[in-house]
Design a protein around this ligand. Sequence first.
Ligand code: SF4
Length: 392
Amino acid sequence: MQPQPLIFRKGLDRRSEVAHVLEASYHSDLIAQIKASNDGFQSGRLRVHLAREFGFCYGVDRAVDYAYQARQRFTDRTVFLTGEIIHNPHVNDQIRAQGIRFLSDPHESIDALTPDDVVILPAFGIPVELLERLAERGCTLVDTTCGSVLNVWKNVKRYARDGFTSVIHGKYWHEETRATASQAQDAGGHYLVVLNRVEAAVACGYIQHGGSRETFLSTFERASSPGFDPDRDLQRVGCANQTTMLSSESMEIGEMFRDAVRQRHGDAGLDRRFQAFDTICSATQDRQDAVVALLAERQLDLMIVLGGYNSSNTCNLARICAESVPTYHIADPDRLVSSAEIRHKPVTSKHEVVTNAWLAPGPATIGLTSGASTPDNLVEQVIRRLETLVNS
Ligand code: SF4
């Protein structure tokens, strides 16, 4: 029998020893002050309104804390991360600077790991197959998988056990969704990942009217479980979501599937053929609600959304804002190049672009929020940069 790896899931007894490093690396006195007063920031011609909730969520806080604790506890051992701990380049760089190596780097290999090595699993979890490979190597594991992600896994495993296919609203390439899909499969179930309403409509159309099996399979080639058969595997569906999706879209997609099942099988069969569980995490929901409130309460000239371009929750904050006000999603404070130039990712694009004349001369009222993987010290740097640009 394969020996069970040593897994740390509840900290490593080094919290007080790393607290000062975390504080120095990610904290901001200015942001703490603004949060406490809930009164925004005023300097000369600049007024900044912050969303009520932004920045590090409980899952990211814990993951980063555990990574630093792991480094502190295992000083004589090599400590790895499976990949990015969270989707923020600044935080990942800081973690590298602690001497933690990334297994996702081209020169690293899981096959080279030994029982002396320590591997940290990220907040969004890892696929079952990867966990098995790490266990085979006998490494010590530090599991920072967020409780809200574990909650999604619990639901898709239940769907699998009850004979339901998990329909996951998410990005099939995202680490969290890949991990969640693997849990459904490991529990003997099938899964289908739908990115948005358009893909949901394709699947719902098939449930209602059937269609070309080949077209369906090629549409969801990389987003469905191996051997997926839409005629068999869409008979009973259970909806779940990647924790960081746009909550309004997830709810709508759940309703689309409910309606499709009802249309196809009638009301009588609904309970036996359809289940849904909202697995958007509370931190994501709170941050989305906070920008909706900010946009409703304040007259803003523009909105800055700070966070990694591959951060799902940050991109969704930008989507919400862009519906109401000119919005600039920036990865770092240095993207505020000058009052004439900003580098940012539009919500409709995967790539950064340059926009000129983004900041009109004169007084400016700017809304600001940041994704769940963005530390407060970067938010402060954005405010300081805006202060310079608006007042000079
Ligand atoms: S965004 Fe939500 S699920 Fe992801 S780490 Fe943060 S709290 Fe956990």
